[in-house]
Ligand binder design. Structure first.
Ligand SMILES: Cc1cc2nc3c(=O)[nH]c(=O)nc-3n(C[C@H](O)[C@H](O)[C@H](O)COP(=O)(O)O)c2cc1C
Length: 223
C-alpha cells in the first residue's frame, strides 16, 4: 500500500473483534509513530497503552460515569456545545451517519446513551491508548501529538488493525489519572481504541465525508 492509498483509505473503526493484539505488533507501530515530526524535536507525546484487567477496570468506571455533556471535565474543554456553522453542520452530519448506520433514531435516547457508554468502554476494543503531553508545553505539543496520532493510525493499518481516536474516553480524566498514575502536570488529550476491525459491524460500513478543497484552501500566486 503506498502512502496516498493508506491515507485515503484510513477511516475510524468503531467496532472490534475481541482478539488480543500482540505487544510486539503494538511496539512496532508505536516505534514507527514516534517518527512524527515535532517542534524542535521535543517529542512531547506520551502514552499509556492498556489492555487486560486494567483496561476492563477503566471501561467499567468510565461507562458507569458517562452522563450529560455538562458534567464532562476533560483537560481540554470540549467545544461541542458551542459549535457554530460550518463546524456545527459537519459535526451533525457525522453524528447522523454514525447513528443511522446502526438504525438509532434521533430521539431514541436510551439507545443513544447505550452508544455513549459503549464509546466510554473504548468501543469494546482489546487495547486502549491514552495520549498526553506535558501541560506547560502548550499548543505546539498538542500539534506534535496530532502528528504522532495520524502516524499511529496509518501504521496500525499495516498490521490489519483498526483505530478510532476518542474524546469519549477522556471526559473524566480523574479516573485515568488514578488508574494510570498520570500526574496533573500532564495534559490528557484523547484516547485511541485499537483492535482488529469487526468488518461486518454496521457502524464500520460508512465513510465520512470531506468538504471540497476550496472550502479549506486559499491559493495565492497560482494561475
Ligand atoms: C481528537 C478526536 C477525537 C475524536 N473522538 C471521537 C469519539 O469520541 N467518538 C467517535 O466515535 N469518534 C471520535 N473521533 C473520530 C472522528 O469522528 C472522525 O475522525 C471523523 O468523523 C472523520 O472520520 P474518519 O476518521 O473515519 O475519517 C475523534 C477524532 C479526533 C481527531
Amino acid at each position: 500500500m503506498d502512502v496516498i492509498e493508506a491515507i485515503e483509505s484510513r477511516k475510524s473503526i468503531r467496532a472490534f473483534r475481541p482478539d488480543p493484539v500482540p505487544k510486539e505488533i503494538l511496539t512496532r507501530i508505536l516505534e514507527v509513530a514516534v517518527r512524527a515530526p515535532s517542534t524542535d524535536n521535543t517529542q512531547p507525546w506520551e502514552f499509556a497503552i492498556v489492555t487486560g484487567p486494567i483496561l476492563d477496570g477503566l471501561k467499567k468506571a468510565m461507562s458507569e460515569k458517562m452522563g450529560a455533556p455538562t458534567e464532562f471535565t476533560p483537560d481540554i474543554p470540549f467545544p461541542i456545545l458551542s459549535y457554530k456553522p460550518p463546524y456545527l453542520d459537519r459535526s451533525k452530519k457525522q453524528g447522523k451517519k454514525v447513528f443511522e448506520s446502526m438504525g438509532i433514531a434521533r430521539d431514541d435516547w436510551p439507545r443513544r446513551m447505550e452508544w455513549y457508554r459503549y464509546m466510554a468502554r473504548f468501543m469494546d476494543a482489546p487495547v486502549g491508548l491514552i495520549l498526553y503531553v506535558e501541560r506547560y508545553l502548550g499548543a505546539y505539543a498538542i500539534l506534535d501529538a496530532g502528528l504522532f496520532l495520524e502516524n499511529l493510525m496509518l501504521a496500525a493499518m499495516n498490521y490489519g488493525l483498526g483505530t478510532c481516536t476518542q474524546m469519549a474516553v477522556v471526559l473524566y480524566p480523574d479516573i485515568l489519572r488514578r488508574a494510570l498514575n498520570i500526574p496533573e502536570s500532564k495534559l490528557i488529550l484523547c484516547g485511541v481504541a485499537i483492535g482488529y476491525p469487526d468488518e461486518n459491524a454496521p457502524v464500520n460500513q460508512f465513510r465520512s465525508e470531506r468538504e471540497p478543497l476550496d472550502s479549506f484552501a486559499t491559493w495565492y500566486g497560482f494561475d
